[in-house]
Design a protein around this ligand. Structure first.
Ligand SMILES: Nc1ncnc2c1ncn2[C@@H]1O[C@H](COP(=O)(O)OP(=O)(O)OP(=O)(O)O)[C@@H](O)[C@H]1O
Length: 687
């Protein structure tokens, strides 16, 4: 896309006239020509002023549209602007940054690649209640679903397919039914949260792999966090229950050795794969690519990236680079390097050698160009964002801009589930926790998620809310990256079982987590990005069920948040409020809660300072001992190593201190651990 046009005037200068004319004469001639041109223009504009209908050939198309009578000021002003421009002799060069020329610049229109501008629209966005589904749509009536799949779906209590599944599943199955050298187009699917994207890729890959003879890793599903990977693993395992396919979950929640045992086996000096489908996080995948002998991806048929925009945004140990070198030995690389095959011969040679890439997300539309890092093969986009492709006439102009102003605007638009109601509540910053408490009490929400922007805030808010809810039946807990994987799993389980009513979360878990029947999702702090908002509110109103999302805003935040929503074609929603005298009503308990928090923070500060001092003292003591024991002084490297190990110990104990607020009452025992650590380090140095 061209952003600027720079005209270089070179022609006449390059061709000096032959004979007696020197360069000076030539320049004079050019100057004459330019002055003539300027005079000609002046004449033209004088004429246009007379007839009061200016010819605006230099203006952008929308500016050149006939002016209505309601805007007389512009009609008079535009010729004036043009006349003023003529005062400076034109030299046919476009001066960058020049104010006059900037006014003339044509509006730069976003030109999407064809595959983004012409998506396949997923029809039937609203998920109908089960009772209203016609018999013809029941899963056993769908001829593309195998019996084993229907059986598994029935066990999962699924009676019909959702729109995204109805569209994507047959498409993938059909694409793979075509003979060589046909290569299926890679696909990107952008559909709202809770619309059933997991089954949309799980069903076809399980069906297409179920007839395999030898067990090899043929499908790799990559998800951003361990909790999500576990969730998808469960769905795939349930689908595979009626087949011979083996599924394996790789995530940091398990020991690497245990996973290695599940992945491969060594028989008579040769490694064999024990699994067909691998569900993993990017980080863990890289660990196995480096450390697991026999973990082979050369037979990969499907590469599925869920929450694709999130995964492509983050670096995640450069996982794509590592994956690339492990997939297929072909001349054209999977994820980087040469272009996708263009001619028949290339297509034939690459047939079956590259995995079919399937990308899914609810917010894929932010910057789909990023996905090009994956070298998608003739990608196809499936989306529920309802905008028609731009229809251009032969001159490249939009044929009907008035009737369809949103045409072709896929990028930057998001859809939330139709069943979601969005609301907001305006409050003061100092009263936010109290407002949150009052809202839960007023609406009697028994299952809610409350999002904050950081783990520290999640931890503090949980503390205050626990104190506020002390005398009620409502129980809240923290669910953030602060906690260990096990603690997070436990919190989610307790919430699902109804032992906890509210989870106060950081955004680490805003994506993809599927917990049934959440009454309301609360945003305690305004999300920094619109994508975060879409994923937060998407934890409710899932699978066709109704849900509510409430954002707590201060007066100032309200303006910024409204803009954030408007930019993607959304509105603030309905305003709700709590009684204005909540402050008086709950004054005592709020004061009590805040005092508690203050004490806790002071204690934490004290603990940290004491710990730091203790660690420093230990390091000093140790150094002295070392100098006594060994005659020789420590080398620089040894000193650095000791320092690093002490620092590491310090960071570790700090982390433990932060992540286990409930254990803070127990006496810290860092002395022994640190001694051991230093001793171990020294042993290593000496060895
Ligand atoms: N055909 C179906 N019938 C009934 N329930 C379904 C169907 N498909 C999926 N579900 C249920 O809908 C819920 C949401 O599905 P899923 O997690 O796949 O959504 P998603 O589109 O991936 O959402 P997100 O973008 O938030 O990750 C799940 O509880 C799932 O069991």
């Amino acid at each position: 896309m061209e952003l600027f046009t720079v005209n270089r005037y070179t022609e006449d200068l390059k061709k000096p006239k032959t004979g007696t004319q020197d360069t000076t004469n030539n320049e004079d001639e050019i100057l004459q020509k330019l002055l003539q041109k300027a005079a000609k223009r002046k004449r033209k504009h004088k004429e246009s002023e007379v007839i009061e209908a200016p010819v605006q050939e230099d203006l952008a198309p929308e500016e050149a549209e006939p002016q209505t009578k309601e805007e007389p000021v512009e009609v008079l002003e535009k010729p004036q602007e043009l006349v003023e421009e003529q005062d400076v002799p034109s030299n046919d060069f476009q001066v960058l940054g020049d104010d006059g020329s900037a006014a003339k610049k044509k509006k730069v229109e976003m030109q999407l690649p064809s595959w983004l501008a012409h998506p396949t629209i997923i029809e039937g966005g609203i998920l109908q209640p089960e009772e209203e589904i016609p018999a013809s749509e029941a899963i056993d009536q769908l001829d593309y679903l195998e019996k084993t799949t229907c059986l598994a779906l029935k066990q999962m209590k699924i009676k019909r397919l959702f729109p995204v599944q109805r569209q994507v599943i047959p498409w993938i199955l059909e694409a793979h039914a075509k003979p060589a050298p046909f290569r299926p187009r890679d696909i990107c699917v952008s559909a709202p949260t809770g619309s059933g994207k997991t089954l949309a890729f799980a069903i076809p890959i399980v069906q297409l792999l179920s007839q395999r003879v030898e067990c090899k890793v043929r499908a790799l599903i990559v998800l951003p966090v361990a909790e999500l990977a576990l969730q998808v693993y469960r769905v795939i395992s349930a689908l595979c229950s009626k087949t011979e396919l083996e599924v394996c979950l790789l995530s940091k929640q398990h020991k690497l050795e245990d996973e290695q045992e599940k992945l491969v086996e060594l028989y008579k000096g040769k490694y064999y794969s024990k699994v067909d489908i691998v569900v993993t996080t990017p980080g863990r995948l890289v660990d196995h690519l480096h450390a697991t002998k026999g973990f082979c991806l050369k037979n990969l048929k499907f590469l599925i990236i869920d929450e694709a925009d999130r995964i492509m945004d983050a670096v995640f140990q450069n996982w794509l680079y590592h994956l690339d070198s492990h997939v297929k030995e072909t001349t054209d690389q999977l994820l980087a390097g040469t272009q996708a095959p263009l001619c028949y011969a290339e297509l034939q040679s690459s047939f079956g050698k590259q995995p079919h890439k399937l990308l899914f997300s609810a917010t894929l539309s932010q910057d789909p160009e990023k996905l090009q890092n994956l070298r998608l093969f003739q990608p196809r986009l499936f989306t529920t964002v309802f905008t028609m492709p731009v229809i251009k006439d032969v001159n490249g102009d939009d044929t009907n801009p008035e009737t369809n102003p949103d045409q072709g605007q896929f990028v930057g638009k998001y859809t939330t589930p139709a069943e979601l109601t969005e609301q907001f509540c305006v409050t003061e910053l100092r009263l936010k926790p109290l407002t949150l408490f009052a809202l839960v009490e007023k609406y009697q929400w028994k299952r809610f998620l409350c999002f904050t922007n950081s783990t520290v805030q999640a931890s503090r808010l949980t503390f205050v809310m626990t104190s506020l809810f002390e005398r009620t039946t409502t129980k809240v807990a923290e669910l953030s990256g602060n906690l260990s994987a096990r603690a997070r799993k436990q919190a989610l389980q307790d919430f699902a079982a109804g032992k906890i009513n509210g989870l106060i979360c950081s955004d680490a878990l805003a994506r993809g987590i599927d917990v049934a029947d959440i009454d309301v999702v609360l945003s305690y702090e305004v999300p920094r990005h619109i994508k975060t908002h879409i994923h937060r509110v998407g934890r409710t109103a899932r699978a066709g069920k109704k849900g509510t999302a409430v954002t707590l805003l201060t007066e100032q935040e309200q303006v910024a948040f409204k803009k954030l929503l408007n930019d993607v074609g959304k509105g603030l929603g309905e305003e709700i409020n709590v009684s204005p005298d909540i402050e008086i009503q709950y004054a005592a308990s709020y004061k009590h809660a805040l005092n508690h928090l203050r004490n806790r923070q002071q204690k934490e500060k004290g603990n940290k300072a004491a710990l730091k001092k203790r660690v420093a003292n230990q390091a000093m003591m140790h150094k002295k001992q070392e100098n006594l024991v060994t005659d020789r002084p420590l080398t620089l490297m040894e000193k650095l190593q000791i320092k690093a190990s002490v620092n590491q110990a310090e960071v570790l104990s700090k982390k433990q201190d932060e992540t286990k607020p409930q254990n803070r009452k127990t006496k810290p025992q860092p002395k022994k651990t640190k001694k051991q650590l230093i001793a171990k380090k020294l042993m290593n140095i000496e060895n």
